[in-house]
Design a protein around this ligand. Structure first.
Ligand SMILES: Cc1ncc(COP(=O)(O)O)c(C=O)c1O
Length: 464
């Protein structure tokens, strides 16, 4: 017997919807075709400055960049409301993986616009929530990680908050957490303690004791492993049974795009296993960007993944964990899980990442990385005082510019912005420059054009 067709399916397959999408695509193609990098339009400067001033007053602080998008772009190019068109090499700090105005994504967002509600919630959600949970878990367990559950939420900070609640409930009596030096975990009251930046918790009460373990130092690999193992041992024996888990970024994002070899993590994970302390990989910035969908897969740490959080590129954020940790009813909930657009986009993006040849030593992420690095290395050989590595990993690209001080990083970023490239800072000592390109959109030509602007800008600033 034929399945009865839902009204929703009838709407989706209505030829008028297909025709509307065709018209939207045609209009989009026409209006994006001539977008190329461009300086601001002088006639728009007055209104643009007035908007920025008013926004600064309303927010109570100026924006980091004078960036207000107009709502259109093409690939890595984005148009601002001052008429300028820039190369977006930071993609909303790793969120806009499809770049700007991607036609296929606009189709998906049109489907989302036809759904009945703007937001999806815990009490009432549409079928896409199930689909996104299923896909995330399938990807996460592909190499054997024992993750059974996926709880969706609307920000990375909430995914981490949910993970901490689960861990504390799972380890009754625990009241502390382990994390690495230079960790970044998010902006809530609790996570601002786990984040290793005093400025980000200035004036806030101490909500949770955090024991910081030194991260790998590639200048002194053996000693740094010994230091980290000794610090971990010291905390485990000083506070037996008190840690809910060890929260790790396998590639430190805000901390400066540092990573470590597998042996470093394995040594610590073995200690944690022996002490029965859960291992928690925060993949909010790394998900999708390294040489496997998850950084723990790239490093073959699947057996140690007790708790995993994702966000940014997934559009919807999530906490993944095993059966043993399933929390008691009542612990987790919230009004919003995500917007309908975010859920449909998440499905589309996960499909693309799985099928698009992004991973492995010859995958697109590595190709993107290499294309940047070859240019950086050439300049470094001639001018090591202008640019230095390490360069990050996969779609997390970084370098130290000029003297690496916070002030010169800020100057480089603002000069790059004015010259048409949007990047951001990472880390404190040195303060590095990072690129998080739109992996599904960025082209080799765009990378070359960005490197040209970067080289010119750095050399000019060095002379000044
Ligand atoms: C590793 C890591 N964890 C957590 C977060 C917090 O995510 P969100 O800003 O979506 O709350 C971030 C954001 O940059 C991050 O990089």
């Amino acid at each position: 017997m034929d399945q009865p067709k839902l009204h929703a399916d009838q709407l989706r397959s209505d030829p008028r919807v297909a025709e509307a999408k065709r018209l939207l695509r045609a209009a989009l193609a026409e209006h994006t075709a001539s977008l190329t990098r461009r300086d601001p339009t002088p006639e728009l400067a007055g209104d643009y400055d007035a908007m920025l001033t008013q926004f600064a007053e309303l927010r109570g602080n100026p924006l980091y960049y004078p960036f207000l998008g107009s709502g259109i772009g093409r690939g890595s190019l984005v148009e601002l409301a001052d008429g300028s068109v820039k190369y977006d090499m930071i993609s909303g700090i790793g969120v806009h993986v499809c770049g700007h105005s991607m036609p296929e994504l606009i189709d998906v967002l049109t489907d989302a616009a036809l759904e009945d509600t703007v937001m999806q919630g815990n009490l009432q959600q549409n079928v896409e929530s199930l689909e996104v949970c299923r896909r995330l878990l399938t990807m996460a367990c592909r190499q054997g990680a024992a993750l059974d559950h996926c709880f969706l939420t609307s920000s990375g900070a909430m995914a981490n908050e949910n993970a901490l609640k689960i861990l504390f409930q799972y380890r009754p009596g625990s009241n502390r957490i382990l994390a690495f030096d230079n960790a970044f975990a998010g902006r809530s009251l609790v996570l601002s303690q786990v984040t290793d930046r005093p400025l980000y918790r200035a004036g806030l009460p101490a909500t949770i004791p955090v024991d910081f373990v030194p991260f790998f130092d590639h200048h002194r690999p053996d000693e740094s492993l010994r230091d980290a193992a000794a610090a971990l041992q010291m905390y485990l024996s000083r506070y037996p049974g008190a840690h809910c888990g060890f929260m790790m970024e396998l590639v430190q994002g805000e901390g400066g795009y540092r990573t470590a070899p597998r042996e470093f993590f394995v040594a610590l994970c073995k200690e944690l296993r022996a002490a029965d302390v859960p291992i928690y990989f925060d993949e909010i910035q790394t998900f999708g960007r390294t040489l496997a969908p998850f950084a723990y897969q790239m490093l073959q740490l699947d057996a140690y993944a007790d708790m995993v959080t994702v966000g940014k590129m997934t559009q919807v954020c999530a906490t993944l964990y095993g059966n043993a940790m399933n929390p008691k009813p009542g612990l987790l909930s919230q009004t919003f899980t995500a917007s309908t657009t975010a859920l449909l986009a998440a499905k589309f993006i996960l499909d693309k990442l799985e099928s698009g040849g992004f991973y492995g030593p010859e995958g697109r992420n590595e190709q993107i990385h290499r294309r940047f690095c070859e240019r950086f290395e050439k300049l470094n050989q001639k001018r090591p005082d202008v640019i230095r590595g390490p360069w990050g990993i996969g779609g997390m690209v970084a370098f130290t510019a000029l003297d690496g001080s916070p002030a010169s990083a800020k100057r480089v970023l603002h000069e790059l912005f004015a010259a048409g490239v949007i990047a951001f800072a990472a880390g404190a000592d040195p303060t590095r420059i990072r690129f998080l390109p739109s992996l599904l959109a960025v082209t080799d030509e765009e990378i070359d054009a960005v490197c040209e602007i970067l080289e010119r800008t750095l050399l000019r600033l060095h002379e000044e």
